[in-house]
Design a protein around this ligand. Structure first.
Ligand code: FMN
Length: 316
């Protein structure tokens, strides 16, 4: 499947592994890139030294393109960008914040800028700022997420932008991929689905835990500072919701959340950890390798496209 996204990123399949803090470490990133997709390192909480080390680990495991995700508001942004430039990272990925400065800094070095946006106006702005492509994430997606569902957000963005658009939020199989392509996307980005793969470097118990969750088991926590996050509903999520409801001090709520994604995915704490995850967990039933997952999605997508005509009854 060739699209403008496969050509731009130099990958075989238009499938991207969305950045995931505490999950998309080098083994997962490299596995996705080696399987013909684009793996993205979740480096939001990494120091410059950790970032350099992680990039080198990825390069040891793959010679294919990959991306690095970081936070534009990181006080050490300039240092992080120095490393990304020096290490010749192919793709820069980031979320909220103004991409202008990052694009200006990295573009002269041939780095592809592909920010993730959750609202039409932000996607339009990213194109004006010079982004090469955008990922648009609908509200059903895991982690930081917006208000509008992929089914509505995606065609709106795709009809307004000239640069290629990648769909994120709620995609877990070939049917979702075809839906996204039909709505104007030229590639898909999946986070939650890639958590439950053999190479994702998290405890096996968490993968089974996520398989058991249904599409109704996520909730959006809003910590009053504007950072909405879709997570699995557990004791920790309930406590955040309760604090929000009782109008606790935003700083106190933020402190309550510090380190909780790590607690979930690294320590495997089912109740006190924050499991960022999308509604697509309802569709996840097994633990394939990244190669198996990507190949299966592409084959299913091609089958769905080929069989579309069979849905229609022939006129009498
Ligand atoms: C555990 C987890 C951590 C995430 N961390 C980040 C992050 O650090 N930076 C970022 O831009 N997006 C992050 N995301 C969002 C994903 O990159 C991706 O856009 C999202 O998972 C897509 O929706 P899906 O879960 O329905 O596939 C995270 C998502 C999850 C599930």
């Amino acid at each position: 499947m060739k699209t403008r996204i496969t050509e731009l990123l130099g990958i075989k399949h238009p499938i991207i592994q969305g950045a995931m803090s505490w999950v998309s470490f080098p083994p997962l990133v490299a596995a996705v890139s080696n399987a013909g997709g684009l793996g993205i390192l979740g480096a939001a909480f990494m120091s410059p030294e950790e970032l350099r080390e992680n990039i080198r680990q990825i390069k040891d495991q793959t010679d294919k393109p990959f991306g690095v995700n970081f936070m534009p508001e990181n006080p050490q942004l300039d240092l992080l960008l120095d490393i990304i430039i020096k290490e010749k990272v192919p793709v820069a990925s980031y979320g909220k914040g103004n991409p202008h400065k990052i694009i200006e800094r990295t573009r002269p070095y041939g780095i592809i800028n592909m920010p993730t946006m959750g609202a039409v106006r932000h996607a339009v702005r990213a194109e004006q700022d010079g982004a090469d492509a955008v990922i648009v994430q609908g509200t059903e997606g895991g982690g930081h997420t917006g208000f509008v569902a992929t089914l509505v957000l995606l065609p709106l963005v795709a009809s307004k932008l000239k640069i290629p658009v990648v769909a994120a939020g709620g995609i877990g199989d070939g049917r979702g991929m075809v839906a996204a392509l039909s709505l104007g996307a030229e590639g898909v980005s999946m986070g939650s689905r890639f958590i439950v793969t053999r190479e994702a470097p998290i405890p096996l118990s968490i993968k089974h835990y996520l398989i058991q969750r249904t599409e109704e088991d996520t909730v959006i926590t809003d910590n009053l500072t504007g950072v909405r996050c879709r997570v699995i509903r557990n004791k920790f999520a309930e406590s955040l919701l309760e604090m929000t409801k009782s109008k606790a001090d935003p700083w106190e709520i933020m402190q309550h959340g510090v380190g909780k994604i790590r607690k979930a995915f690294v320590e495997g704490d089912l109740e006190s950890g924050s499991f960022a995850c999308g509604q697509v967990c309802g569709l996840i039933e097994d633990i394939p390798t990244c190669q198996e997952l990507i190949e299966r999605i592409v084959i299913e997508a091609e089958e769905v496209i080929g069989s579309m005509g069979e849905k229609f009854l022939s006129p009498k």
